[in-house]
Design a protein around this ligand. Structure first.
Ligand code: 13P
Length: 288
């Protein structure tokens, strides 16, 4: 199957009351892990690519080529969207041109009117190519690709306005944070999320900062209209832990060098376990 826009899979998820995972990819191993588990679980999936990860993987064009080739060779039959995560205005346009099937234009740091204007322009360009667009209102806290945001709860009125611009899904800040949550975290603002969910015309909502949110809170958020949940840090942490254990166990043989394929295998398998667990939690398994 070729790449699809995220619109259809998220509208189905919203209607049927489950969430589709966006798992960020950074290299070949990450990509292989996520695609393999999506097929195994018969789950739709979204591959997230930050601008930094895109650069690391030698450009968005390389990412598109790698993902398309891998899907063909692995014979992936489930719906897969390739999505720009937290894109700038320029990067969103490049990704639409290069063959991404979905983009996030994150205009949350602009004055609201400018966010509206720029989002509209991206929607117009994307529509012509059948590419889905995610917009953001109210910033997500924490660090993402070296940029740290304080986090800000979205204004439901602004959400309504952005949701009416023809976007496919809406990310609203509701106290969620990228990275791990601090001990004194107050939890998601369910009151605001519920209001946004009730007044944005059934548009699929996006929950960023999926690492470390208690399972019950994730399920409650899904019940209010969250249909896409982004997970990145948890894969990184599990990858690092498994890789460290492998190196520790093989330390005495270090002088002989490490076969990179063997070195990366435990970490890749650890990512697969995270993806399996999340697909079951979000309820997307067997929904392809
Ligand atoms: P985490 O890194 O907290 O899992 O969040 C990922 C994310 O929201 C990517 O946009």
């Amino acid at each position: 199957m070729s790449l699809v826009s995220a619109k259809g899979m998220l509208e189905k998820a919203r209607k049927e009351g489950y969430g589709v995972g966006q798992f960020n990819i950074n290299n070949l191993e990450w990509t292989k892990a996520v695609l393999t588990v999506a097929e195994e679980k018969q789950s739709p999936v979204i591959l997230g690519v930050s601008e930094g990860a895109g650069k690391y993987m030698v450009g968005f064009n390389t990412v598109v080529a790698m993902v398309n080739a891998m899907m063909k060779t692995l014979n992936i039959t489930v719906p897969v969207a390739l999505h720009l995560d937290h894109g700038s205005f320029e990067a969103a346009k490049v990704c639409i041109e290069e063959g991404f099937s979905s983009v996030m234009f994150d205009g949350s740091h602009y004055p609201f009117d400018e966010n509206v204007e720029k989002t509209k322009e991206i929607v117009n360009i994307a529509k012509a190519k059948g590419v889905s667009v995610e917009a953001e209102v109210g910033s997500i806290g924490g660090e993402e690709d070296g940029v740290t945001g304080a986090g800000e709860v979205a204004d439901p009125d602004e959400c309504r306005k952005i949701a009416s611009l023809g976007i496919s899904m809406l990310a609203a800040g509701i106290g969620n944070i990228h990275g791990t949550y601090p001990e004194n975290w107050q939890g998601l603002d369910m009151k605001v999320l519920k209001e946004i969910g009730e007044t944005t015309n059934e548009i699929p909502l996006v929950l960023h900062g999926g690492t470390g949110i208690p399972d019950a809170m994730v399920k409650e958020a899904i019940s209010y209209g969250v249909s896409k949940i982004n997970v990145n840090t948890e894969c990184q942490l599990e990858f690092a832990k498994a890789t460290r254990s492998y190196i520790e166990a093989k330390k005495d043989k270090e002088g002989k060098g490490f076969d990179p394929r063997k070195l990366l295998k435990p970490g890749t398998e650890a990512i697969m376990d995270v993806v399996r667990e999340k697909m079951d939690l979000f309820g997307s398994s067997h929904k392809a």
